[in-house]
Design a protein around this ligand. Structure first.
Ligand SMILES: *Cc1c(COP(=O)(O)O)cnc(C)c1O
Length: 376
């Protein structure tokens, strides 16, 4: 039996990250640039390590949310192009230029800011322009005429990419993705008709890649979740899934104690579980302070010695209680798997998300920083 490395930790497979990246490239083909998204500390997989793996595997672009995330990668020596997707604050424009971080422009006012910095630094600064085609979040709703005149008013900058983001790419009951694609295409044609033809056109993230919305792949795609091995479940009647990826992260906790309790014993806060018969329980060194969703009280399972074991009672801040009745030789110091695979038995983030009434993204991003990362 595997022994615990510490109280609570994750193990991240670099090989799996590289394989998932290769799988995305294979699906979209060589003509489409793949820009993996490593925001939010690479969905808790560790942005620096993951970025090194991806750059080593041939990624020429990475995407982050903010300038701080981009600076962390530059400080670690990551040299590939980096797109900052989710907005810059006042002083960050200068930093972005100094560290070769390419901003996404969401308003025409931002383009004027970039032009001033380009003039001051004497460098031609590239940017990607994001249009709001219906997500109703970041991205401009300006007309093509307004955009063209702003572009001509910023001659020291370079429109390198045009992008938008989908609101409902995994929902095959909803026509929204098609409508957004049409709006994107028509903006592109209007700009191109006036000689503005950015090289990178990108709209697709993991769902649009995985479920084969080929028309959305354009010349670049932005996979995040799928790089880490997951694809959101589809609604409605999706076409055949093209992309096969596997989880790169396993989440583990130490067995702190194993004990027998009599029939009727109450387990945990609120006595939300009562033993229906004599049971053996194991206490694990993980809880909601490690990011294990509190909503999973009495409704998830872990893996103990290659078998599923039910979570008993409430999730505490630092502890979980599980049913170890079927594991007579479990001992303190053994490792339990909260998320991952032991042989044929698996628990994945989609399952935990389902139990907690959330999505796999929040399970991964919710793993706390105090949970140590090991690369395997
Ligand atoms: C997070 C994000 C992505 C990646 O989305 P996934 O669903 O994780 O593949 C792509 N584009 C933008 C703008 C994002 O914010």
């Amino acid at each position: 039996m595997e022994k615990a490395r510490c109280r609570c930790w994750v193990e991240i497979s670099k090989r799996r990250i590289a394989e998932n990246f290769a799988a995305v490239r294979e699906v979209v083909g060589a003509a489409v640039e793949v820009m993996p998204v490593v925001k939010a500390d690479a969905y808790h997989h560790g942005a620096v390590e993951v970025s090194r793996v991806l750059a080593g595997a041939g990624a020429r672009w990475l995407a982050v949310s903010n300038v701080e995330e981009g600076v962390e990668l530059r400080d670690a020596g990551v040299g590939v192009r980096i797109l900052v997707m989710a907005g810059l604050l006042g002083g960050e424009w200068e930093t972005a230029a100094a560290r070769d971080l390419t901003p996404v422009i969401h308003s025409l006012g931002e383009l004027a800011v970039l032009e001033r910095i380009a003039l001051r630094t004497g460098r031609r600064l590239p940017y990607h322009l994001k249009i709001d085609t219906g997500l109703g979040r970041l991205g401009m709703r300006a007309s093509s005429g307004e955009i063209l005149s702003a572009i001509h008013g910023a001659p020291h900058t370079e429109l390198e990419g045009l992008m938008t983001h989908f609101a409902s790419a995994s929902d095959f009951n909803d026509p929204q993705t098609g409508q957004q694609s049409i709006a994107f295409e028509s903006m592109f044609m209007l700009l191109a008709g006036h000689g503005c033809q950015p090289g990178y056109l990108h709209t697709a993230s993991s769902s649009a890649i995985a479920y084969g919305r080929r028309g959305s792949w354009k010349t670049m795609v932005r996979p995040g979740l799928s790089i880490y091995g997951y694809v959101s479940p589809a609604e409605g009647d999706p076409p055949e899934r093209l992309l096969a990826v596997g989880p790169a992260l396993s989440w583990k906790a130490a067995v702190l104690d194993v004990k027998d309790v009599p029939r009727g014993a109450a387990i945990g806060y609120g006595a939300r579980f009562r033993a229906p018969r004599p049971m053996r329980i194991a206490v694990l060194g993980a809880g909601y302070a490690d990011g294990y969703p509190h909503q999973l009280g009495n409704r998830s399972r872990v893996i103990l010695k290659g078998r599923h074991a039910a979570l008993l009672g409430a999730v505490s801040m630092d502890l979980l209680t599980v049913d170890a009745t079927e594991c007579p030789d479990l001992e303190p110091g053994d490792a339990a798997t909260l998320l991952g695979r032991e042989g044929e038995v698996a628990v994945d983030a989609t399952e935990l998300a389902h139990g907690a009434g959330t999505v796999a993204y929040t399970v991964l991003c919710g793993i706390a920083t105090r949970v140590k990362k090991f690369y395997v």
